[in-house]
Ligand binder design. Structure first.
Ligand code: GDP
Ligand code: K
Ligand code: MG
Length: 298
């Protein structure tokens, strides 16, 4: 075992919104790093999740889903991030959902047509399968349309067949030294992760429209003895949205805050004092400059 060569490489996780890319990243890492929700476009930024195990280091790149809607600066930003991640990697994992091949999947497949690196298609959510036989025709069709790809059925949520997926990935990584220290799990700062956790609670709690008009900015992040003090501003486009997030007698924002705090305490392994407030900053989501100042960097 000891003379096994060490492998290290980058693996992009791509796919249309909501197929389970971030869930997959978290379960491969064995830790909740990326935020997830039932809403498309929960993930806005590329993010590395680094898994070092034995001689190997796999550097996963979670991406926003590629989507056709390019009307706003924030959407164009997300598409650029997803498209750029698929370049300069050693392998691409294209996540699709069992039973359904949509226009969105086709858009991603078209973008991937020219890639030089190995393509692995992960057919996710097989736990939802009531009739296991139903999977076979889909796998067959995928194999025919992507003759060079390796196809692995998985459930990211239930952890089904993820070992097999990892084995297939490892096979394609080059031999070489690790790029990151063994204990590093992401390229993102703790402040970024804290902001994302707050945004996840908003994505999960609020109805259709508001979450897309929200961004979160961490203004204070300071360890003081056993307590980590975090203050974050929730930026919205309009005052009506501010009222919705605050909720009746502040109920909603209190709930968002206490759920976010729990996740933060787990991730940062510390007691957390979390302070949230809501600010109206109209136009942030459709203004390239405002996006950059809020940390939406290419
Ligand atoms: P992303 O937009 O591709 O990053 O998708 P997310 O990881 O945010 O997941 C979207 C939704 O699909 C969430 O509600 C997840 O809980 C759900 N999901 C992800 N993987 C699975 C799976 O294997 N089985 C089931 N049943 N649901 C899943
Ligand atoms: K999602
Ligand atoms: Mg995601």
């Amino acid at each position: 075992m000891n003379d096994q060569p060490s492998r290290c490489g980058y693996v992009a996780i791509v796919g249309r919104p909501n197929v389970g890319k971030s869930t997959l990243l978290n379960h491969l890492l064995g830790q909740k790093l990326a935020i997830t929700s039932r809403k498309p476009q929960t993930t806005r930024h590329n993010m590395l999740g680094i898994k070092t195990e034995g001689p190997n280091q796999i550097i996963f790149v979670d991406t926003p889903g590629l989507h056709g809607d390019q009307d706003k600066a924030i959407n164009r930003y997300m598409n650029r991030a997803a498209a750029s991640a698929a370049r300069d990697v050693d392998a691409v994992v294209f996540v699709v959902e069992r039973t359904r091949w949509t226009e969105g999947d086709q858009l991603v497949a078209d973008k991937l047509r020219g890639i030089k690196c190995p393509l692995i298609i992960a057919v996710n959510k097989v736990d939802q399968l009531d009739d296991k036989g139903g999977l076979l025709p889909q796998l067959q069709a995928l194999a025919e349309s992507h003759p060079k790809a390796e196809i692995v059925p998985i459930s990211a949520l239930r952890g089904i067949n993820l070992d097999a997926l990892e084995e297939v990935i490892l096979k394609h990584l080059p031999e070489g030294q690790h790029f990151f220290p063994e204990d590093q799990i992401t390229d993102r700062s703790s402040r970024f992760l804290a902001a994302e956790i707050v945004r996840e609670k908003i994505m999960r709690q609020l109805g259709a429209e508001v979450p897309y008009q929200v961004t979160v900015e961490v203004e204070e992040f300071k360890q003081d003895g056993p307590i980590l003090h975090i203050s974050a501003a929730i930026l919205v486009e309009r005052s009506g949205q501010k009222r919705i997030i605050i909720g009746n007698k502040g109920e909603r924002i209190k709930q968002i805050g206490s759920q976010a705090r729990e996740d933060m305490e787990r991730l940062f392994d510390s007691k957390v004092m979390l302070n949230l407030w809501v600010k109206v900053k109209s136009g942030w989501s459709d203004d390239e400059r405002a996006l950059r100042s809020l940390g939406y960097r290419d």
